[in-house]
Design a protein around this ligand. Structure first.
Ligand SMILES: [Zn+2]
Length: 411
């Protein structure tokens, strides 16, 4: 069926729809907490500005009839009752903290769209079977305290509360009054859905309204040292050179080709250190730093194997070390289906995408069925005051989020 046909004949004509204007008003209202002159937001985690937006969120959710729980790392769980309180809650959310001179949408849209869903439920006296929990995860950005995705990491058990508190987060939580005592168990939830801006250019470039996020790509970092022989640039014949930079150049080209041969993989050599780095000396050592990413473990394996082959085949002696890796995240197909069906039922154009950036959903996916919804980012910009997603784009994201909740609620 064409998108046009779906638009005129929606599957769920009688279901309530979220209000895009009201969502936009909330985005504008909360952007004043840490708002910058250039229309961005500086709201680092657990600062006074973060306390202000947290207070706003807690007050808004309480006014709508939610119970609010805060755990030991300051994650906020606002739960709206369902018809059957013995069922686990459906969870949605994201983060309200930003980068320095960050944007008004990164993370914030996912939390405020959750609030808009609550407003719609209340206004239309719609009762879900499941309770619905809107979550604000602490310190997703990681710019004030490392590591990023801290609150969701503690919740998912990837990071201990003690370890997180050790980086002075405990004192910061106390300072704004958000070190809670609730013990919120992952078992309390049936699923987690996070609405987020894309932070990349693909949806805008293809004029697609909704990104159905199937996972988050994995990455591997490598260091390579190429060793040749330093020699005089004038007196050493070409046939007798052991030039480390020429060999390294082959590796640089290979990294680009390997990524192109393994779509949608990406590969980057972002750092080169040449020794002795002098015009008239044949380079004796070169160090390279390499970043490779792919949505599948098999893709990463193929890219690594090709890189190892290249390193073995270059003229000079080269040594490769893998210094870091992060496995790809594959979201739960049944939740991804619910997102895809919801976009289709609402008549919005949608395409499957893999997230290039990390999100709280990466941690949460390890403990419950999880998926994400993307809406376009103007010019692909994020972590930037010029970050922008139009009101109607935010509204579509909230509608798809709500429709997904309704579909999951029927399961
Ligand atoms: Zn974010």
């Amino acid at each position: 069926m064409s998108a046009e046909a779906l638009r005129t004949e929606p599957k769920r004509i009688n279901t309530p729809v979220t209000n895009g204007d009201r969502l936009w008003n909330d985005l504008v209202a909360t952007a004043r907490f840490g708002g910058t002159d250039k229309g961005g937001v500086t709201r680092l985690t657990l600062t006074e500005e973060d306390r202000e937006v947290r207070d706003w969120f807690v007050a808004a959710c309480r006014a709508l009839g939610c119970t609010v729980e805060i755990d030991g790392i300051g994650n906020i769980f606002a739960t709206y009752p369902g018809e059957d309180m013995s069922l686990p809650a459906i969870a949605v959310g994201s983060h309200l903290d930003t980068q320095p001179q960050g944007g008004r949408f990164d993370g914030i849209l996912g939390v405020l769209a959750g609030v808009e869903v609550l407003r719609t439920l209340k206004e239309t006296t719609t009762r879900l079977r499941h309770p619905l929990t809107v979550v604000n995860w602490t310190n997703e950005e990681g710019s004030r305290f490392s590591p990023a995705m801290m609150g969701s990491g503690v919740f998912a058990g990837a990071l201990s509360l003690d370890a997180a508190h050790a980086v002075t987060v405990g004192a910061a939580l106390d300072a704004i009054g958000y070190r809670g005592e609730a013990r919120v168990e992952p078992a309390a939830f049936a699923a987690y859905v996070e609405l987020h801006i894309e932070q990349g250019p693909l949806l805008e470039a293809s004029a697609t309204e909704i990104g159905v996020v199937t996972g988050i790509q994995g990455l591997r970092w490598f260091d390579i040292t190429v060793t040749g022989t330093e020699a005089h640039a004038g007196s050493t014949p070409m046939a007798q050179r052991d030039d480390a930079l020429v060999a390294a150049a082959e590796i640089v080209l290979a990294v680009s080709n390997i990524a192109r041969e393994n779509p949608p993989g990406v590969g980057t050599v972002g750092f080169v250190d040449v020794g002795p780095n002098s015009r008239n000396v044949v380079p004796g050592t070169v160090r390279l730093q390499i970043d490779m990413r792919h949505p599948s473990e098999a893709g990463l394996d193929r890219m690594q194997a090709a890189l190892e082959d290249t390193v073995r085949s270059v003229g000079a002696s080269a040594e490769l070390t893998r210094i870091w890796s992060k496995a790809p995240v594959v979201f739960d197909p049944s939740i991804v289906d619910a997102v895809r069906n919801s976009a289709e039922a609402l008549g919005y154009s949608a395409t499957d995408v893999v997230s290039g950036a990390g999100h709280d959903a990466a941690h949460i996916a390890t403990i419950m069925p999880t998926a994400m919804i993307f809406v376009p980012s103007k010019n692909g910009l994020s972590h930037n005051e010029a970050e922008y997603t139009a009101p109607e784009e935010c509204a579509r994201g909230a509608e798809v989020l709500f429709q997904t909740i309704l579909e999951l609620d029927q399961r």
